[in-house]
Design a protein around this ligand. Structure first.
Ligand SMILES: C[S@@+](CC[C@H](N)C(=O)[O-])C[C@H]1O[C@@H](n2cnc3c(N)ncnc32)[C@H](O)[C@@H]1O
Length: 246
């Protein structure tokens, strides 16, 4: 099996604290959707769990559920393991798996799956494999909860400050810009800076490719797998449930 090429090898140290705002901002809509999952029908999978904001929210929202958190990035999995180990409410219920989702051994029955800020890492062919694999595993009442992150089509995004977090004497600033890199792809250019007063102490530049997906494309690619697409919550959240067709 090829070694996992981690797009978060450098940025994983910053991602968890910088993505916390997304979870805070959409917490109500996410909690409402998670509350609709069956709590006792197999583990809820947090796919590409990162540092575990979603894992923790699943566990809080569904106190009876087990969670399988799949996270292939070493720095992010380190955050995730520490978050789970530190929380008595998570230690007994959360299993952490370090596989790539495409090669992970998922249980035959799952109580749902969360794919937060993840889908763009998969090509159309990989997504087809995923839907094929996932659809038969969903327990009655279970669904996939995912978001379609902007841009939904390839376009240029001017460099934008996406996050700033203060810790002690320092602040951590994340910048994002994107360029179209194919008919369904953009290349993100992220910059992570550490500031102290007027000085920039360090700067990490990271590039990675991201597949763009529209709602129509999601419908077209999931319907052959008998999954239907249901928008959830405010449109700006870009949240969708993928439910088995009745
Ligand atoms: C933008 S981060 C989002 C993390 C987390 N879901 C959140 O929203 O806080 C994308 C995550 O997807 C993971 N990822 C990327 N490719 C993956 C793959 N093939 N299988 C599983 N996870 C993957 C990354 O390691 C990273 O943790």
């Amino acid at each position: 099996m090829p070694e996992y090429d981690d797009p978060y090898a450098r940025s994983g140290q910053y991602l968890d604290m910088m993505i916390a705002g997304w979870w805070d901002h959409h917490r109500a809509a996410l909690t409402q959707a998670l509350g609709d999952l069956p709590a006792d029908s197999g583990p809820v999978v947090d796919a590409g769990a990162g540092g575990g904001h979603g894992t923790r929210l699943i566990a809080e929202t569904l106190p009876g559920a087990r969670v399988l958190a799949v996270e292939p990035s070493l720095p992010l999995r380190t955050v995730l393991l520490s978050r789970v180990a530190d929380a008595p409410g998570l230690r007994d219920r959360v299993t952490v798996d370090g596989d790539d989702l495409l090669s992970a051994h998922l249980p035959d029955r799952i109580g749902g799956m969360v794919m937060a800020n993840l889908l763009g890492h998969f090509s159309p062919h990989e997504r087809d494999r995923l839907w094929e694999d996932l659809a038969p595993r969903l327990a009655p009442g279970a669904f996939v909860l995912l978001n379609l992150a902007a841009p939904l089509r390839p376009q240029r995004i001017e460099r934008t400050r996406m996050s700033e977090v203060g810790l002690g004497e320092r602040s951590y600033v994340g910048w994002a810009a994107a360029e179209p890199s194919g008919p369904e792809q953009v290349n993100w250019h992220m910059t992570y800076e550490v500031h102290e007063g007027d000085r920039v102490l360090s700067r990490d530049d990271v590039h990675y490719d991201w597949w763009t997906v529209t709602e129509d494309a999601l419908r077209a690619e999931t319907s052959p797998h008998r999954l239907r697409v249901l928008p959830h919550g405010p449109a700006e959240a870009g949240l969708y449930k993928l439910l088995p067709e009745a």
